[in-house]
Design a protein around this ligand. Structure first.
Ligand code: DGP
Ligand code: NA
Ligand code: NA
Length: 212
């Protein structure tokens, strides 16, 4: 009906973030979730940070592949800038009703940089004012298990000792609003959990929960 269309048009999309250690399976779960939600008829996009396609993103990519060196604070601010440069597009998409599935966000920023020994509060500061997710899902795996999966790509942070520190940092960040999913479950089970919790979140946003 006409009224139904109005409701659909007025409701906003959900900002859903997946976080976890390297090799936790986040990226393939994002892809699966995207096609599941598309199949159900939702307007949805999958995003990832760092977004390596921008000018800032190319600097980050060069740093991650060890082709350039940067001060730890400087690279932290570039990762943050990479999120800031996408903020207005992110907001526009959400307000137009598109749900975003985001592979890494501010929490990666804090977890990875504080794992290097940077001050926790200093790491959080440049993230203040970015859009707050409606849902953060942590794909939980021990660093040892993640390392066993093999195929760390050889990028800067993909080393067991460092990932152990990142895991400790994530533990400090996780709060009761996050949903944790056991990343060692069979792929289909993880997919099912993710589908359930994201659908719940999307429905809440459609009811008119405001974007903070
Ligand atoms: P990915 O493309 O998801 O594999 O991410 C690249 C690497 O960068 C990965 O090891 C996680 C790390 N990373 C992601 N976001 C940030 C960030 O904001 N700050 C720092 N220091 N590292 C990040
Ligand atoms: Na990676
Ligand atoms: Na990834």
């Amino acid at each position: 009906s006409h009224q139904h269309n109005d409701l659909k048009r007025d409701s906003r999309g959900a900002l859903i973030v997946l976080e976890g250690l390297d090799r936790c399976g986040k990226t393939s779960q994002c892809a699966r979730l995207l096609s599941t939600l598309e199949g159900l008829g939702y307007s949805v996009e999958s995003w990832r940070f760092p977004d390596r396609t921008t000018g800032v993103g190319r600097m980050i990519s060069s740093y991650l592949s060890n082709q350039s060196q940067l001060d730890d604070h400087a690279i932290h601010l570039l990762f943050s800038a990479n999120r800031w440069e996408k903020r207005s597009l992110m907001e526009a998409k959400l307000m137009s009703g598109t749900t975003l599935i985001v592979d890494r966000y501010s929490y990666s920023g804090v977890a990875f940089s504080s794992a290097k020994g940077l001050d926790f509060q200093w790491c959080k500061a440049p993230e203040v004012g970015l859009l707050a997710p409606d849902l953060v899902v942590y794909l939980d795996i021990s660093p040892e298990k993640a390392a066993e999966r093999g195929g760390y790509g050889g990028e800067r942070y993909e080393q067991l000792e460092f990932q152990k520190k990142v895991a400790e940092s994530y533990k400090k960040l996780i709060d009761t609003s996050w949903k944790t999913v056991d990343a060692t479950l069979p792929i289909e089970d993880i997919e099912k959990h993710l589908k359930e919790i994201t659908l719940e979140c999307i429905v809440e946003c459609q009811k008119g929960k405001s974007l903070s």
